[in-house]
Design a protein around this ligand. Structure first.
Ligand SMILES: [Zn+2]
Length: 182
């Protein structure tokens, strides 16, 4: 069998290819039958991206909408709330998350600084470029340095910086917008 790959097959993909070849070798296809792909998650057997999107999004959004609703802050648009929800729940395509989902990238190191692996926490909090932005925001609000060292401290509360209602809400909006900008 001759394969014509558009890129080099390595890592986990290469293991999957070996398993596929082993599976195929045990098949005994009837003569003259034409082989093809069948999408088993649809009754028609035909793959449509829209079907796949709704299979992924529906359960995700059903479970999440009420949670996103509780993240109330009318100073920010809902697009931004959803983005912050995705940061908190690891639902953004940083390299470590892509690798967990079986995508072989060759490296999981941060493409921006190359100092560490690219987790959500690294990308939005500890990467030196993110840190620099946080430092500036904190200084703008009167602190010497950023004191947020985790996703929770940055996005799940107001980091204890401001206690009162209006100030706390404003500070939360600023933290969320900072995350979005990063
Ligand atoms: Zn980095």
């Amino acid at each position: 069998m001759t394969w014509n790959w558009s890129r080099e097959i390595r890592g986990r993909l290469s293991n999957e290819l070996n398993e596929l070849q082993a599976d195929i070798s045990t098949l005994d296809p009837p003569a003259r039958s034409k082989d093809g792909w069948k999408w088993v998650l649809d009754s028609e057997g035909i793959f449509v991206t829209r079907t796949l999107s709704s299979l992924i999004d529906d359960p995700l959004l059903c479970n999440s909408i009420s949670e996103i609703e509780t993240m109330r802050n009318n100073l920010v648009p809902s697009k931004l709330r959803i983005f912050i929800w995705r940061i908190i729940h690891g639902r953004l395509p940083v390299r470590v998350e892509l690798e967990k989902r079986g995508i072989d990238l060759g490296s999981t190191r941060c493409p921006t600084c190359d100092d560490d692996i690219e987790t959500i926490e690294h990308a939005f909090i500890s990467c030196k470029h993110a840190r620099d932005i946080w430092d500036r925001v904190y200084k703008w609000w009167g602190a010497q340095h950023a004191t947020n060292f985790s996703i929770e401290e940055s996005f799940c509360g107001n980091n204890g910086a401001i206690k009162s209602g209006w100030g706390s809400k404003l500070w939360q909006a600023i933290e969320w917008i900072t995350g979005y900008v990063i």
